[in-house]
Design a protein around this ligand. Sequence first.
Ligand SMILES: [Zn+2]
Length: 433
Amino acid sequence: MNKFLCITLTLLCISCAKDTTTHNVAYINGQWFDGETFVDRTLYSSDGYFTDQEPSRIDSTVDLNRKFVIPPFGDAHTHNLEAPEQLNEMESKYIKDGIFYVQVLTNHASKVASFRDEFNKPETIDVMYANGGLTSTLGHPFVAFETSAMGLHWSAMFTQRDRVMQSRLVENDAYWFLDNPEEVQEKWDNIMATNPDLLKIYLIRTSEHDDLINTNNMGNFGLSASTAQAIVTKAKERGLRVVAHVETAEDFRIGLDIGVDGFGHLPGYSWNAEADSEEYRLTDEDLRRAAQANVYVTPTVNFARVYATKYDKNGMSSVDDERLRIVNQFLKSELKRLHEAGITIAMGSDQQGETSLLELNYIHEELQIFDNATLLQMATYTTPQAIFPGRLIGKFENGYEASFLALDSNPLIHWSALKEISMRIKQGNIIEP
Ligand SMILES: [Zn+2]
């Protein structure tokens, strides 16, 4: 960089730093969500943080015109925001939906490397990337990522089985194969070199792991318990959080044993009402331990519509209403138990191209267990906190980041109000889709 440019940049930085540090905004005539109801308040943003003390100078005043103000939403389980060709579209969708905090639980590290630094700024959404999923050889999510890299549909795992099994196009990028604790040690520095914001491990019928890997069924297993334990131990040394994909209540228990921070699914999210539901039902002791460990659960109950299906004679699937009713009833009772046990429930849909609003609306409309205020609090406080623990977001209190959404009508009365966002403020900046 030449000397002139260097001086110019320094001057620019001084002037912009001066502007932002002294920029005070008054937000008047708003009705602000307090976790239970909406209250009339005037709040100020000073340097991007809320204060209820009027600053000595106000630079601008925003009349919220009796609008209903809520904190922005979070999406704690997605695989969006990794493909460069869909990036702008998905980023706009997140902003449009009012979702400012996103957690990507397995992605190609190489694909996001070139643009991830563009997020996590006051005027952008904030995104955490887990990078490659940690599993054992041929375990989930190998099939999903590898067939896609081969340009094939996932069902190629049946039709072109040998070809898929031998392919390793995105190994050490979208997934890592770790078959024992020694391999965790060997590959750890390479995993860390991708600079993950957190880690995603796969626990799938973990107690049957040794039998399942011998079946040659790609994808229906994950890590062994001892390998998963080695990962969590090393992650903790580094202060990295670990989220576990789980299928059964036993997987959940193993996740608690090894000390994960969160669960990507509620056991039973993939139940199709065929087999017994018992293997998915958490015990009271599991719930007590989970609450004590302060872990969070991203239920992804919207998958009921994917799994509770029937097939016609041409092999086409459709939702089976009776199965869906049974599955929903189970998920409803489990979610209620989680909430009553004091376990943190975070929103995320885990559906490509969709946001956490799909899950939020599914719980609201199909399960109908929580009142609007409780659900809103989960979506706008608990979920952002699960993604960015300890960060001052999700509340309208002194020192919290000045971020909010202004709604035209009251979502405690009309849930559809969540679709009518008329203003989006992130850390004192207006952001638009
Ligand atoms: Zn997922």
